[in-house]
Design a protein around this ligand. Sequence first.
Ligand code: 26Q
Length: 830
Amino acid sequence: MDLHDLAWKAKQDQPEGGSLPPLDGSVEAMRLRILGKLIYQVGREPRSASPRDWFVATAYAVRDTATSSWFAERPASASAGKRVYYLSLEFLIGRVLMDTIGNLGLTGQVREALLQCGVDLDDIVVEEPDAALGNGGLGRLAACFMESMSTLKIPAYGYGIRYEHGLFRQVIEKGLQRELPETWLAHGNPWEFARADTFYPVGFGGTVVGEPGHDPTGPHGWVPDETIHAFAYDTPVVGAGGQHTNTLRLWAARAAEPLQLEAFNRGDHVGALRDRVKTEAISRVLYPGDESSAGQELRLRQEYFFATASLQDLLARHLAEFGTLETLPDRTAIQLNDTHPAIAIIEMMRLLVDVHRIEFERAWAITNETFSYTNHTLLPEALETWPVALMERLLPRHMQLIYLINMRHMQAARDKGADHRVLAELSLVDELHGRRVRMGHLSFLGCHAINGVSALHSELVRSRLFQDMDQLYPGRISNKTNGITFRRWLHRANPGLTRLLVETLGDGILADPVGMEALAPYADNTALQTAFAAERLACKQRLAVIIKDRTGVVVDPASLFDVQVKRIHEYKRQLLNIVQAVAHYRAILADPSRNWVPRVKIFAGKAAPGYVRAKEIIRLVHDVAQLVNNDPVVGDRLKIVYMPNYNVSLAEQIVPAADLSEQISTAGMEASGTGNMKLALNGALTIGTLDGANIEIRDFVGAENIFIFGLTASEVAAQSALGLDSHHAVRANPVLSRVFEMIATGAFSPDEPHRYRNLIDGTQSYDRFMLAADFDSYVAAQARVDEAWLDPSRWWRMAMLNTARLGWFSSDRSIREYAESIWRVPVMQP
Ligand code: 26Q
């Protein structure tokens, strides 16, 4: 039996309530099923089938099994308790095959069945395109949460958009990022079910009609001047153990009329099709900007499109089951993944008041008790606001409801003695920046629970972002520190290490990761250290091959692999990392014969297409790499690698091979981070600031097992208040000045000496990200890293203690916390 199938086997042997069909354990049955799919659904003979054909056939065969547990769960959950709806514009899923067969306990069986057909499972896994329906952390969190909700048997739906094109494919040409469209659906999607009979109308624009002499809070009609349809596509999400399967329901836009028949009959083929193309553009492409709000009309259309479809769907389900919407909050919890779906709050009011004729105040109470909101960012440029004029044009009834809700809210504030300044802070409409609706405020007001995603972040959400709102409506804010699914990020991504852990600690750790604490007493055990280091080396050897393939750079797997993989953003400070690399390069040149720790600095990540400085940073990394990697004096002491097109699948290769995890954001700016958890779980040591979940990681692993440096969040705030010009600080720092000067004068871009002038000048005159302030402390922390590496028994002890103490960061734990204190749904204990 395959390792992945082991932990959950015991559970499968005793299905709860006896309601589940037994999983068919026979390899022969699986082999016949795959062959059947290959021949009759893919339409290929085994002898002419390509690896992709085999992948598709296998996916269909596996989906059959997932579907049985899907149906099995329904009657039980239909009556019991509450359903959770997770609304997210992003689900960054990655590949699905190994996750699904792992959770179904079928990995061994599928592998063997394929082997008998002369096919290696590992060869077909890579044929699956990543489902990249997300930008980064927020979207990946949604994917981890979906898996955990299924694992914990919480009846849940994920709602999102079925983007035809997910996050762009990144290619790098001479250091420049170019974006190519991602076509994940080009060969179909074997996991989804198109629900041709499940669709809802979505209106835009038009006019609002009230009854004469009407009460403004009473029901109104809305006559949109444009109506399209949202069609449902369902993907089963199988929980670990295969006993419970939830649904990810993604909406696709289709023109309501098959064609504009009139135009078509007039002979205007092109015009008729043009409108259709415009309509269907809504679900065409994922917006690629993380941590920035472009405020474009198409984005607002996407947000409303998926919000109304999801609400119409869940209200219909509730009505069918319970006959009244009065009980909605007892049976339904709706979680908003950031403010992106926040228009759903207003849409719920419209549906309750205008369509279902529920009295305004009662509708507001139902809405508030049903909704909750997770904040993922404090950065001002990422906070969503929409121009009032745009809202009025696109969603006229919603804008009216926002005014009504705001009036009520302003009155409550005045009753509590709020003055003009506070009223302006509290208002749903920002009057200072050209009249815009603040979606964060709307979310706060419309939700009974608001949470941040790490202890520090939640505290800052309370004290900085929503200070006045918190005083007016106290007790709503809580913390739910993020987590990651260990099934994907340890068991599947690092089977070698997992096997070692299971051999040492027993298979109980697969279902109960806190049990990995039992590894701590072994941290000094030489044999285990050696085995742990050997697993790491094997992963590094595999990664070295990938690096060679994709970048041409040859790296020595015995070097320290120093990894910074995440979206490229100034606050994440890839610039600090490369600037330190240049300082390090200079130090090597100055004293080549010293006992330098050989390092490979690995970068990966995408820049938002319009983010000029992020793209300059990517180019700088390439330019520095070009010089350093070809400097014969340096040799293997320092190599710099930029891996193109970072995605979930590449992360699964890099994470287990990392020795050092760079988590170096300016304190107070990274809400949580989840890559930090993935890397530390796999035994990488963290070099990081006291930001986001790094703080909690330090608390768990112990301050002696992590390299912390830099200003704290409150020091950053204090320093920012004094001014952001760092010319003086740079001048006072000979190492940093020299590095800046080299970069700014073309040492790494001799063909274009001023290429980085702006980047470097800008950083000094407006050092919002505290690069100069944190530089020395970062360099010193890197020296402590080298020192630890030179003492292998110390290094591997630290690494093992990281793995041992990371169990709390499981997304199962996060989801249990949401379930208990926000959603109030029962969770079965593992
Ligand atoms: C908003 C408006 C218009 C277009 C795009 C956007 C947009 C899209 C994505 C804004 C923000 C995002 C993504 C944010 C994000 O990924 N935040 C990260 O969330 C993680 C999960 O909580 C945290 O761990 C990270 O710290 C946080 O940066």
